[in-house]
Design a protein around this ligand. Structure first.
Ligand code: FPP
Length: 251
């Protein structure tokens, strides 16, 4: 498609978006890097590299549209089961992303948070994560949450452990435990639940992503592989979201 037609199509969507009904929080399962690479006869690692470029473009698009929170699934607790060379390459990409973020994103008012169990990551990644989070913590623009060594069940188990500890120490009464008690002890404490969860790459499941937080999220699936996911696809997902009727269990 030539550039002019592409822009025309994209603008068609931008203009039809209802600015008063934007999802405040979008979460994305960025799937399909491996298949994208295989289709092109390239290595999976190149697919992931291309995927990180797509993330950069989608972050820019979210800022332009006025999305407040974007949460992306960068590395799950299950991803350690991949061949070591692929894990190493994903970790190198993440480090590179955080290093570039330090230079590029800090200046543009984006706030970065890394959510997940950071204890198993290399010291270099942990230090860089802390540095970027600290550097951007006062920024008031887009909040980009990168889920790293993240698992929804592990997150809930960790919150349960924390609650048990507080009960044991006499700081919390069992009768006072409610949904907020749990939500406040998740990695996402203080972040509103995602309104819209997008999964690329053709599979239609949550794969242990934001299990607690997804209770009332709208889900949107596409066959588009993550490296090919465009701003236009994002706009299409938001447009579909705006046509849905969210009832939260009501009528
Ligand atoms: C799924 O593709 C994607 C991942 C396991 C990780 C997502 C990582 C990136 C987009 C790049 C790095 C991220 C950052 C934040 C720099 P897959 O390998 O499962 O694809 P497949 O299902 O086609 O094999």
């Amino acid at each position: 498609m030539n550039l002019f037609r592409k822009l025309l199509k994209r603008n068609k969507y931008i203009h039809t978006l209802n600015k008063n009904n934007l999802p405040e929080h979008i979460a994305i399962i960025m799937d399909g890097n491996g298949r994208w690479a295989r289709k092109k006869g390239l290595s999976r690692n190149i697919g992931h590299r291309e995927g990180s470029q797509t993330l950069r473009r989608i972050v820019e698009a979210c800022k332009k549209i006025g999305i407040k929170y974007l949460t992306v699934y960068a590395f799950s607790t299950e991803n350690w089961n991949r061949p070591k060379s692929e894990v190493d390459s994903l970790m190198a990409l993440l480090l590179e992303y955080l290093q570039r973020a330090e230079k590029e994103l800090a200046g543009d008012n984006t706030r970065i948070r890394v959510i997940g169990d950071l204890s198993r990551l290399s010291e270099e990644i942990r230090l860089q994560t802390q540095k970027v989070m600290k550097m951007t913590e006062k920024n008031t623009g887009l909040i980009l949450n990168i889920a790293l060594n993240y698992g929804g069940r592990a997150e809930i188990a960790q919150a349960a452990k924390e609650i048990a500890k507080e009960v044991n120490q006499g700081k919390l009464k069992p009768s006072a435990i409610n949904e907020k008690t749990v939500a406040d002890r998740l990695y996402t404490a203080g972040i509103p639940d995602p309104d819209l969860i997008i999964r690329t790459g053709g599979e239609e499941r949550l794969s242990n992503f934001l299990l607690w937080q997804a209770a009332y999220s709208e889900l949107w699936f596409t066959d588009v592989l993550w490296p090919d996911f465009s701003e236009e696809d994002l706009l299409k997902a938001i447009k579909d979201y705006q046509e849905r009727n969210r009832r939260y269990g009501g009528i």
